[in-house]
Design a protein around this ligand. Structure first.
Ligand code: SAM
Ligand code: SF4
Length: 349
């Protein structure tokens, strides 16, 4: 049940404060919106089982995707509305042409203080250094298993050796702290969580275990495969020792812990078993120019259409703010209401 909407005070958005969260636009439930995820493409060089259906998806023709100038303009508007953190994602963002130049342009937008990238890591060995030089601050690399055969099965053909080389390159380029994202899927990699967690024993990385979420045509993978964070934690504790809590506030999606004597930390992201909607301050811009108001609901607002129809910057800003304001409170996975129109590769995680 969503909480009552806060009363508008009349001076929202005009009061100068020290804190970016206070300055940010808010949604109808009063949540400050400081984080924007921008999908650079709906294409990918992998085909993970939980992210796209086996028979593929209909990719949008490139002309129907946000072009570089359009994307930069929308991020500028978001920054004017109080967004300070941008994460580039996809599909696989590193397959977007001119990504280094795009990173330079987005990183130079006034108000953007944190520019991160979520990637499968396949192209990082080549791109880490130029991306860091262009202003990228951090990377999250997806890595569900260290086992080459299991990796091929989950990603439908990927080479885990290239991902590991990419992670090393990112670390050498200063794109830390390195975060690794592992989606845990029963029957694919639930027996890999101990090996992944053990990476943090002697490396200052954060390995984050994510519950698999159900999307339209891949919902069967999630329905059959959900492994709760509680189960993953129990498996890790049984093998590697008691987890020391670090941050359980829920201010970030991951609750974080440390293994005994470890250099790095573990994160658990539990959108299914322990939703964090009440504190979610994220909005997503899809590669085809729609604001996705909640990851796990189909509600979207088209921005590219009005932009190409000649809307002024002020009008685009008004549309952006109005769409963000009407964000739904959260998902309804518990009632088995799954997003139907897109799968993750078409949204950006
Ligand atoms: N290609 C990049 C990558 O794999 O990191 C970025 C895009 S991918 C859609 C972003 C994140 O979403 C990845 O960490 C991926 O594992 C995660 N993801 C994809 N489908 C998911 C699902 N059904 N449930 C949970 N996480 C998912
Ligand atoms: Fe591609 Fe990332 Fe989706 Fe895997 S999770 S198919 S790498 S977009």
């Amino acid at each position: 049940m969503p909480p009552a909407r806060p009363r508008r005070t009349g001076n929202q958005g005009r009061v100068g404060t020290r804190c970016a969260r206070m300055m940010a636009m808010r949604d109808q439930y009063g949540r400050p919106l400081t984080d924007l995820r921008v999908s650079l493409t709906d294409r990918c060089n992998l085909r993970c089982v939980y992210c796209m259906p086996e028979d593929g998806i209909d990719f949008r023709p490139p002309a129907e995707l946000l072009q570089d100038d359009e994307l930069v303009l929308l991020v500028e508007i978001a920054a004017e509305l109080g967004v300070s953190k941008v994460r580039l994602t996809g599909g696989e963002p590193t397959v977007r042409p001119r990504i280094v130049e795009l990173v330079r342009r987005v990183g130079a937008i006034p108000g953007i203080t944190d520019l991160a990238l979520t990637t499968n890591g396949l192209l990082l060995e080549m791109l880490a250094r130029p991306l860091a030089a262009a202003g990228l601050t951090r990377v999250n690399v997806s890595l569900d298993t260290l086992d080459a055969a299991k990796f091929r099965r989950i990603t439908r053909g990927g080479d885990v050796g290239r991902v590991l080389a990419g992670i090393r390159a990112a670390e050498a380029a200063g794109l830390g702290p390195i975060k690794l994202n592992a989606v845990v899927v029963r029957g694919f990699n639930e027996d890999e969580v101990v090996a992944l967690a053990a990476l943090t024993l002697d490396r200052p990385w954060e390995v984050r275990f994510i519950e698999v979420m159900p999307f339209g045509t891949v919902a069967d993978v999630a329905d059959a495969g959900i492994v709760s964070s509680a189960e993953t934690m129990a498996t890790i504790e049984a093998a590697l020792g008691r987890l020391e809590p670090l941050d359980l506030t829920g201010d970030a999606p991951a609750r974080t812990y440390r293994l005994p004597g470890a250099e790095g930390r573990l994160g658990f992201i539990s959108p299914v078993s322990e939703p964090f909607c009440a504190k979610c301050g994220r909005i997503r811009l899809t590669a085809d120019g729609r604001l996705r108001l909640c990851l796990l609901r189909d509600d979207e607002a088209d921005l590219l259409g009005p932009l190409r129809a000649g809307a002024s910057r002020d009008e685009m800003k008004m549309r952006f703010r109005a769409a963000a304001y009407r964000r739904p409170f959260g998902h309804a996975l518990a009632e088995k209401l799954y997003p139907e129109k897109r799968v993750m590769i078409q949204i950006g995680g």
